[in-house]
Design a protein around this ligand. Structure first.
Ligand code: HEM
Length: 181
């Protein structure tokens, strides 16, 4: 338990950049697989590149997290709510890693090498194998739904803190400088 009321700017920037990218990627992913059209080649290339960027950002985020102490949840928050909040944060981090990693493995199992923005090619993690391709494709879709559910829970929790309880939790991640003190 500490009295810190706000995350450092680096953590806020990483949080909002990842949020924007992941939410866009969930919608891009679903729309990309709906039909076969020429724009899907470009969509998939962008999907892969931003997916790799999400993975890079989550690694930077976790390393950055070691540098500072995060604000504590309000002491009067029910024990069950504290457990749900902390548990969902761990699951969000796992989801942010599993989502791009399953995409990467799916592509390798399909015999495709993953490139990011045409700048570099990622190492091939597994050889081409139709069964693994099917497995990781299925997993990629399943993790996407779980991540979507977690994001909805996360947003609901943030709004509950900001609008109902009106405590410091929501403002700890916003750029509301007068509340950063
Ligand atoms: C934050 C990262 C990512 C998110 C949120 C995301 C999300 C999604 C979603 C929602 C779908 C549709 C799944 C379905 O309904 O079956 C999808 C499909 C796909 N994703 Fe991702 N993805 C991410 C990263 C990646 C990466 C890094 C790659 C490859 C390196 C990748 C490759 C693909 C491919 C190839 C498909 C089409 C699968 C099919 O043919 O059914 N994704 N993605």
């Amino acid at each position: 338990m500490n009295t810190i009321k706000s995350y450092p700017t680096s953590a806020k920037l990483l949080h909002w950049a990842s949020a924007l990218m992941i939410i866009s990627m969930l919608f891009l992913g679903v729309s990309m697989i709906q039909s076969l059209a020429t724009w899907q080649v470009t969509a998939l290339a962008l999907h892969q590149s931003f997916g790799v960027l999400v993975l890079v950002l989550v690694v930077i985020r976790l390393l950055n997290k070691l540098r500072f102490e995060s604000p504590s949840l309000p002491a009067d928050l029910a024990r069950a709510q504290q457990i749900v909040a902390q548990g969902s944060h761990v699951l969000l981090y796992l989801g942010m890693i599993a989502m791009p990693l399953s995409g990467w493995l799916m592509q390798n199992a399909n015999g495709v090498m993953v490139t990011a923005f045409g700048w570099f090619t990622l190492p091939t993690l597994i050889p081409a194998d139709i069964q693994y391709y099917a497995l990781f494709r299925e997993l990629h879709g399943l993790i996407a739904w779980l991540l979507f559910g977690l994001i909805l829970l996360h947003i609901t929790g943030a709004l509950y803190h900001g609008l109902v309880r009106r405590d410091h939790v929501l403002s700890s991640m916003t750029f509301n400088s007068h509340k950063d003190k």
